[in-house]
Write a protein that binds this ligand. Structure first.
Ligand code: ADP
Ligand code: MG
Length: 211
């Protein structure tokens, strides 16, 4: 893996999040406190501005630096969670390497595991993890099956979409929405939506680069 892929992914994710501003904002306003888009925007513009500083670094060092920076720039529940995701990915790449889909899938799974631990949350709690956990599973499974790139990307996108939609009918047991009890039913979780948008943006960027 090359670090330029990480910086290109940041740009793709940044553009996709900006394009979904009103949707993410209104979801977090419905069952959160309405700051999720602003938190993401701040984090992503910080990461975009780091491009030149990241490019000379090996992927694991770049991810580590991104995580550290996010800790001090994004607020809310989501800031430390995204920060721990990048730092755990960095740690995995340091020991398991970063070459090939299997190594990236292993690092992604380590990142998701770190979010689970830091947020003390799992599947079905109406958070970003309802997207991340199934995506990590399908990423590892398809990679183990040596699926071709288009099939792998399509499976990841479909899984992110299904995970995001699954949060609509859940009661939240973590985060601010947990205070609403049954009233959160019928609303998609903002963090699940933004995570699906980010994953889909990276998949589309990779699809384009295949052509
Ligand atoms: P805050 O909730 O502090 O306002 P944000 O609005 O930036 O922070 O992020 C809210 C999102 O964070 C939620 O939509 C949810 O997806 C995610 N989230 C909240 N708590 C947790 C947790 N314990 N584990 C995983 N994700 C969480
Ligand atoms: Mg919020």
């Amino acid at each position: 893996m090359k670090t330029a892929l990480i910086t290109d992914a940041i740009d793709a994710v940044h553009a996709a999040i900006l394009a979904h501003e009103s949707e993410i904002e209104s979801l977090d306003r419905a069952i959160g406190d309405g700051d999720h888009f602003v938190n993401l925007k701040r984090g992503l513009s910080t990461l975009s501005a780091m491009r030149e500083e990241l490019l000379p670094l090996a992927p694991d060092f770049a991810l580590q630096k991104m995580g550290m920076k996010l800790l001090s720039t994004i607020g809310g529940a989501s800031g430390p969670l995204f920060a721990s995701f990048f730092m755990a990915m960095a740690a995995s790449m340091k020991t398991q390497g970063d070459d090939g889909n299997a190594a990236v899938a292993t690092a992604f799974a380590a990142g998701v595991e770190s979010i689970k631990q830091r947020g003390k949350a799992g599947l079905g709690e109406k958070t970003m993890l309802d997207v991340l956990i199934p995506v990590a599973d399908v990423f590892s499974r398809k990679t183990a099956e040596h699926a071709a790139m288009p099939e792998l990307l399509a499976a990841i996108e479909a899984s992110a979409e299904a995970g995001m939609l699954s949060t609509r009918d859940l009661v939240a047991t973590k985060g601010r929405a947990a205070f609403l009890g049954e009233r959160a039913i019928g609303h998609i979780d903002a963090g699940a939506k933004s995570t699906q948008v980010m994953i889909s943006a990276v998949c589309r960027m990779l699809e384009q680069s295949q052509k």
